[in-house]
Design a protein around this ligand. Structure first.
Ligand code: NAD
Length: 269
């Protein structure tokens, strides 16, 4: 399968190039970068610390979509609209790891997925997605005598909170209880908050060091406590999951998919 990496000089982009090179059934189709990036003109593989492959990092995203079976995008939300246009034009499956899209951008992704297979996930880790599925199951089993709290810790460079993954855990917990997360979520507590209300889903965020990403989902009743924990040791879990999703798109019908679809973890599947 021919895989193209847009944003191939980024932190995730380089890991994806490495992952493609060592995964059976994958062939690197090329890589792009944004305008004025110092990596433009370099060999895609050499830039990621691999032996030369003869493919040059270019700005020509359209050509990369044309020659690839699937494109993996871990770039910026601003780049998504143009990438969607090319995905639709050339029927190139699209794996979208970029986070931070606004509502309008999200709607455009959903619309594009009517014509081409798109897999979008806030977190491509296979382990995190297994835990998201478990969170939904557990919150279906346990009533609101169990208070749900979500705790995350990330490296000191992270600029947003709570993490997209923590929100995905919250959405799974809310879905299990058939409520909307926005109606029950409490993002951080400080000062005179009053007592916790039944049915709330609370979020707390810690920042420090180079922690890749730790998440806990806690179900606490008056007499017992269940904790689901995930600790990411390296960003490699995201690139492995994204390549897994890329291979999964072979032969898939157009549609808007997430990692639970890819892994077969959807309820009832
Ligand atoms: P990064 O800044 O290291 O890399 C982004 C790269 O995209 C840069 O090299 C940048 O030059 C390039 N780029 C920007 N505009 C472009 C364009 N128009 N065309 C081609 N390339 C372009 O960031 P990163 O740490 O690799 O993360 C990238 C994105 O992936 C972020 O949104 C991050 O939140 C997300 N992310 C998602 C997951 C997940 O599992 N879903 C995991 C890690 C990171």
């Amino acid at each position: 399968m021919k895989i193209g990496i847009v944003g191939c000089a980024g932190r995730m982009g380089q890991m994806l190039v490495q992952e493609v090179s060592k995964t059976r059934g994958c062939e690197l189709a090329g890589g792009t970068e944004g305008p004025n990036n110092t990596a433009l003109g370099a060999d895609v593989a050499v830039f990621s610390g691999l032996p030369e492959c003869g493919l040059i990092i270019s700005e020509d995203a359209e050509n990369l979509f044309r020659v690839s079976d699937v494109i993996i995008d871990f770039t910026l939300p601003a780049a998504t609209a143009q990438h969607l246009k090319f995905a639709q034009k050339y029927k190139t499956s699209f794996i979208l790891g970029t986070t931070g899209h606004d509502q309008q951008e999200y709607a455009a992704i959903e619309m594009a997925a009517k014509g081409v297979a798109i897999v979008k996930a806030m977190n491509f880790s296979i382990g995190v997605n297994a835990l998201i599925a478990l969170t939904e199951q557990l919150s279906t089993l346990l009533d609101d005598n169990f208070d749900i709290e979500i705790l995350e810790m990330h490296h000191k460079h992270k600029v947003d909170a709570p993490s997209g993954t923590a929100i995905a855990f919250g959405e799974a917990a809310a879905k299990g209880r058939s409520v909307e997360l926005n109606d029950v979520s409490v993002r951080g507590r400080n000062g005179k908050t009053g007592a916790r209300k039944k049915g709330e889903i609370g979020f707390a965020s810690l920042r420090g060091g180079e922690v890749v990403g730790n998440h806990s989902v806690i179900f606490a009743s008056d007499s017992e406590c269940i904790e689901l924990n995930h600790k990411a040791a390296s960003r490699g879990i995201f690139s492995k999951g994204a390549i897994y999703a890329a291979l999964w798109t072979k032969g898939q019908s157009p549609g808007f998919y997430d990692m639970l679809d890819v892994l077969g973890f959807k309820k009832g599947s």
